[in-house]
Structure formats: structure tokens, C-alpha cells
Design a protein. Structure first.
Length: 111
């Protein structure tokens, strides 16, 4: 279930409930980023999420902070199930959208 409040800016990919939300709130309140469904389908057979960590320094740094317990009061195991899942499987292709999310954030910051 997703909820949208009046005059808020929404960041999202164009899939699932986000399609309906974008139609209802209007494109001017929706900052689109990431791959569309067809692009994910093309990516899926050869998707190796760990390669995104190798080639994207900011993403790698975020993972290192999680591994080192920076966001969990030193508990380096707290986010391990999440990071292991993303590195090895990433069923929603989140790592594939990371760089484009940064682009969208920068675009909004400059507006």
C-alpha cells in the first residue's frame, strides 16, 4: 500500500503502484528514476548485482558503512541479511537503479 500526500515530491521507478500514483498526482510531482520493466527483464538473465559495487564508488561506500556498523551503533551484523541479499540476488534490481537515483536527487536539488 502506498500513500501520497498533497504537494509532495515522489521519487520512484515506473512500476507497480507507482504507475497509478504518477497518473493521479501528476508527472510534475513525480521524479522518475531507474529502469523500466522491460529494461529489468532484459537485465535479469545476466544480472550480477555485485558488479555494481565494483564499479560504483558511492554504492560501495554505502555498503562499507553498513558492514562496519556505522548506521547500527557498531553492530556490523544487523544489516548483513540485507546486504548479502542485495549483493547475491537483489530481486528488485535495486543496485541497478542506484546511480540513476543519484542523478534524480541531483536534478531535484538543482531545480
Amino acid at each position: 500500500m502506498k500513500l501520497s500526500l498533497t504537494d509532495e515530491l515522489i521519487f520512484g521507478t515506473l512500476d507497480g503502484a507507482n504507475v497509478v500514483i504518477r497518473e493521479r498526482v501528476g508527472a510534475e510531482y513525480y521524479c522518475l528514476f531507474g529502469k523500466i520493466t522491460e529494461e529489468i527483464a532484459e537485465l535479469r538473465p545476466n544480472y550480477r548485482p555485485w558488479e555494481f559495487l565494483e564499479h560504483q564508488p558511492l554504492l560501495r561506500e554505502a555498503f562499507e558503512l553498513l558492514y562496519n556498523g556505522f548506521f547500527s551503533e557498531g553492530d556490523s551484523d544487523l544489516f548483513r541479511p540485507l546486504t548479502d541479499n542485495l549483493r547475491g540476488h537483489d530481486p528488485s534490481a535495486l543496485l541497478a537503479d542506484f546511480a540513476d537515483n543519484g542523478r534524480a536527487q541531483d536534478e531535484v536539488a538543482l531545480a
